[in-house]
Design a protein around this ligand. Structure first.
Ligand code: NAD
Ligand code: TDX
Length: 339
């Protein structure tokens, strides 16, 4: 077990997005002694409101692009570590327009790596299980750290590119880096373009939920707070140069999740529309997180999906003012795509 690393000041890139803002909240709650600088461009998905109540002495927000070298040279030197959440993150958008995905996910991560190398700062790179591609529904296997990279979508391939860059910078330049690849997250502050929140907010708006293809695609759901605790363990106690998979044994197919949502919201189970499939749609993700559990003793605390889903639905019910401004534009875009 390597010596633990206790950062005093960290940069959180993408800290105004879904997973990044929940991570900032988690750090403020669990490690209030740590100072946090959020670096975020505030794209269509980044929202200052996600961390507005935390801004003050311990949390600071810098609005800017991770591709901006000069900005990185100003921000990074006075910190002990960078936790890198920034990405263009939505598969359907990546299929319609891959350009920002190449720019932010691949080029942006390259710029950040170079800045961390110049200033000798520890980096934790947050990535996704999607870099490993999909499994068949009847495959008994799950993904491990040794599985080959087989990304399907423009999003997944640009995330895979960013992982490869991190691995090379770690090995060639000795950059102090770790990587985590997590499965599908759910929880508060997730944009209404993503599956669970799209359906929940559709029901709240009186629209019918929309299910792609045959609805049998499987995702391995994890509560965002469990993702945060795992990232913290890897940042502070993980072995440098290593990759850790994060997952909580939450495999469920989409039609089951949608019916769970409808039931929990008091709607009939078949009150939704089937729509065309996503091109290249990954069939099934399933993570084997044994390495993380064995080496770092990490355990998820929110393994009860029904409970987590009910709390998430309640959060969206109570926070309509937060999601409502993005809803119409999101649905208009989906309508153009026929989804
Ligand atoms: P998100 O889209 O909600 O947030 C991304 C954030 O990055 C936004 O705040 C956005 O403003 C910011 N951003 C985008 N481009 C930028 C740029 N060029 N410079 C600075 N800021 C920029 O994404 P998310 O769902 O929170 O995902 C965060 C990370 O976690 C991603 O790297 C993603 O691959 C990974 N991940 C997400 C999930 C999930 O289920 N959401 C699962 C596994 C891994
Ligand atoms: O309206 C919908 N109907 C539907 O059936 C939407 C938005 C999605 N789906 C399906 C597609 C997927 O099988 O639901 C599943 C989940 O879709 P998304 O929420 O778009 O997530 P996914 O494509 O699995 O990717 C997510 O998890 C991994 C995140 O968006 C990524 O950032 C993360 O890396």
């Amino acid at each position: 077990m390597p010596e633990a690393f206790f950062p005093e000041r960290i940069v959180v890139t993408g800290g105004c997005g879904f997973v990044g803002s929940n991570f900032v909240r988690w750090v403020v709650r669990e490690h209030p002694e740590v100072g946090v600088t959020v670096l975020d461009k505030l794209t269509y998905v980044g929202n200052r409101e996600n961390i507005a109540d935390l801004l003050g002495r311990r949390v600071e927000l810098l609005v800017g692009d991770i591709c901006d070298e000069e900005l990185l040279d100003r921000v990074i030197p006075c910190h002990d570590a960078v936790v890198h959440f920034v990405a263009e993150s939505h598969n359907d958008r990546s299929i319609a327009d891959p350009d920002p995905f190449v720019q932010t996910n691949a080029v942006g991560t390259y710029r950040l790596l170079e800045a961390c190398r110049r200033h000798d700062v520890r980096l934790h790179h947050v990535s996704t299980d999607e870099v490993y591609g999909d499994l068949a529904l009847d495959d008994p296997a799950r993904i491990t750290e040794e599985s080959p990279y087989r990304p399907s979508s423009p999003y997944a391939s640009t995330k895979a590119s960013s992982d490869m860059l991190v691995r090379a910078w770690s090995r060639t330049y000795g950059l102090r880096a770790t990587i985590s690849n997590c499965s599908n997250n759910y929880g508060p502050y997730q944009h209404v373009e993503k599956f669970i929140l799209r359906q929940v907010t559709n029901v709240l708006c009186g629209r019918r939920p929309r299910l792609y293809g045959d609805g049998r695609n499987v995702r391995d759901w994890i509560h965002v707070d469990d993702h945060s605790s795992a990232v913290w363990e890897i940042l502070t106690r993980g072995r440098l140069g290593e990759t850790y998979l994060i997952g909580a044994n939450g495999e469920r197919d989409n039609v089951t999740v949608l019916r769970d949502i409808l039931r929990a919201m008091g709607r009939p189970e078949d009150d939704f529309d089937w729509v065309r499939d996503r091109p290249g749609h990954d069939r099934r993700y399933a993570i084997d997180a044994s390495k993380l559990r064995r080496e770092l003793g990490w355990e998820p605390r929110h393994a009860d999906f029904a409970k987590g889903l009910a709390a998430t639905i309640e959060w969206y019910r109570r926070n309509e003012a937060w999601w409502r401004p993005a809803k119409e534009a999101t649905e208009a875009r989906y309508a153009e795509l026929g989804l």
